[in-house]
Design a protein around this ligand. Structure first.
Ligand code: SAH
Length: 244
């Protein structure tokens, strides 16, 4: 029985994959993943065996990897960003039985997107997914409301899709119950992939936007500032002070 790895491949470009993830993929016999991510990885490791499954084929992906491990293969299940953040590491561990699972961390979209925008998450923050496929919407609403009330910065994953076109607007309306419409916000789209772009705007402006499934949205806290095209949440250091 060989191992199964849950591997976070980072946001897209190989330069943002960790050395540990690259090593696991180099050494794996089989790489299993959503076809969109397999397409990103295949050119780097063309000689591997691949199993591609469509979006939402998560259980199938885990089952195929575990089966392969039972036959003596070492298999890597790939996820974008980090494998444990809205990824497949948890499911794989739940389904593993006797198979040993190793989770290899990756650079999640909150981190890679934040770096492009500047430093939007420089203070305490919450990560919230707007997808109600696996979480009831009233729970998502409650989390948004409490995070806004606590003046936390937020990174919003899955902020919209064709079916959920108005979810970002709905989320903004809830956040506006506690946050000023002038709160600085940002969007990071296709981070480290073709079509990469960022934008910085007020919460009022964000509440008129639609976002797609390739975008991560950042909500600042009451201290977040816009500096040119960047978004910065200060840690609280005074620029002219000596205290660190
Ligand atoms: N495991 C992934 C998250 C999967 S959920 C991670 O850790 O990053 C899918 C959501 O992640 C997308 O809807 C989007 O909000 C965000 N995301 C993933 N990759 C992204 C990228 N390259 N650029 C911008 N957002 C991304």
């Amino acid at each position: 029985m060989r191992k199964v790895y849950a591997v976070g491949i980072g946001p897209g470009d190989p330069s943002q994959m960790t050395a540990a993830a690259a090593r696991v993929l180099r050494e794996a016999d089989l790489i299993v993943g959503y076809s969109g991510y397999v397409n990103l990885i295949r050119p780097l490791y063309p000689d591997k065996e691949y199993i591609e499954t469509p979006m939402r084929g998560e259980v199938e992906r885990c089952r195929r990897a575990l089966e392969a491990a039972g036959k003596g293969c070492s298999a890597a299940v790939i996820c974008s960003g980090d494998a444990g953040i809205y990824g497949m590491a948890g499911l794989l561990i739940e389904m593993a039985g006797e198979t040993e699972i190793t989770v290899v961390p990756g650079v999640t979209a909150a981190i890679s997107g934040a770096a492009l925008l500047g430093a939007p998450l420089g203070h305490d923050f919450a990560v919230i997914s707007l997808s109600d496929l696996l979480t009831p919407w009233n729970k998502i609403e409650r989390r948004l409301e409490l995070a806004a009330e606590a003046d936390l910065c937020m990174a919003l994953y899955n902020p919209g899709s064709r079916k959920r076109a108005d979810y970002l607007q709905r989320a903004c309306r809830i956040i506006l119950r506690h946050a000023s419409p002038d709160t600085i916000c940002g969007m990071a789209k296709n981070v480290s992939r073709e079509g990469e772009c960022i934008s910085v705007m007020s919460l009022r402006e964000l509440s008129q936007e639609q976002a797609d499934m390739f975008t991560t949205v950042f909500i600042g806290n009451s201290q977040t500032r816009r500096i040119g095209e960047r978004m910065v949440t200060p840690r609280g250091y005074r620029l002219n002070g000596t205290d660190e």
